[in-house]
Design a binder for this molecule. Structure first.
Ligand SMILES: Nc1ncnc2c1ncn2[C@@H]1O[C@H](COP(=O)(O)OP(=O)(O)OP(=O)(O)O)[C@@H](O)[C@H]1O
Ligand SMILES: [Mg+2]
Length: 245
């Protein structure tokens, strides 16, 4: 569904942040992008979404070259949903108004029903429909930003750290919600994460970035068992004890 071919990208006239990235993601799978702070995960997601233009390489959706298409058109005409890493809700609007913002590109007659579908899926949000978004907990805000992206019925969902700042129990709940979206809708989900091991627990495949390049990639289950992953994320296996006599 999504194919990233040899993408190089950066900001303004600054240096390249991404160096020839290849990535693909299909419908019905969660692909997670992992890696240390500053390695280019968000930049890669923003490049797929169209907020950052590649300096070279291509971004394809269902074999159509969307490299030059800006983010707003990707949402509107190519059914891409994007949840940014931060500032992802309108704090002064109510929960219902936030979700309705995501429905603004739908035909007018369909908007109300689309918002109701999200309330049906997320009762926590329905219970607080008329509250200001600023009054929600961190986890509820993540659910709200998810619902706002889902209301337009995307086929591709791009999530930048949906579990950021959540307690372990809430991390689990948000990941369950994301897995449920995959299973119910067959959507293609690309998710940047810091919680590497939890993300691998729910994802189908993963890419580990380092310094703007793909350092490791594979099936999530295999990466979970890969000593190189443990080395990257847990500071390595204990050294074998060498005994000299
Ligand atoms: N808007 C911007 N303008 C200029 N440089 C930027 C911009 N956004 C990010 N960068 C730089 O690009 C590099 C990669 O940043 P990016 O946000 O993609 O990393 P990340 O892997 O998502 O990190 P984190 O885990 O902290 O979210 C960093 O060196 C950062 O300083
Ligand atoms: Mg980031």
């Amino acid at each position: 569904m999504i194919e990233i071919e040899k993408v190089t990208a950066g900001y303004g006239d600054g240096p390249d942040i991404l160096h020839g990235i290849n990535l693909n993601a299909d419908g019905g799978e969660i692909v997670t992008i992992l890696g240390p702070n500053g390695c280019g995960k968000s930049t890669l997601l923003k490049t797929i979404a169209g907020f950052v233009k590649p300096r070279s390489g291509r971004v394809l959706l269902n074999d159509t070259d969307l490299t030059p298409v800006p983010a707003n058109e990707k949402v509107r005409y190519h059914r891409m949903g994007f949840v940014p890493q931060s500032d992802n809700i309108f704090r002064t609007l109510t929960v219902a108004e936030n979700i309705a913002m995501g429905a603004r590109f739908l035909p007018k007659a369909e908007r109300a029903a689309a918002v109701q579908r999200q309330f049906k899926a997320y009762s926590t949000l329905a219970d607080k429909a008329n509250r200001k978004a600023s009054a929600l907990s961190g986890g509820e805000r993540q659910l709200l930003s998810l619902a706002r992206a889902l209301v337009s019925n995307p086929t591709v969902l791009l999530l930048d750290e949906p579990s950021a700042g959540l307690s372990p129990a809430m991390v689990h709940e948000v990941f369950e919600a994301i897995a449920d979206i995959r299973d119910r809708t067959g959507m293609c989900i690309v998710m940047v994460e810091q919680n590497a091991f939890e993300a691998l627990g729910v994802a189908d495949r993963a890419y580990v970035l380092a310094l703007g390049q793909v350092a490791l990639e594979g099936r999530a289950k295999e990466l979970l068992a890969d000593p190189a992953m443990r080395h990257l994320y847990l500071g390595g296996e204990p050294e074998a004890t060498v005994t000299t006599t």
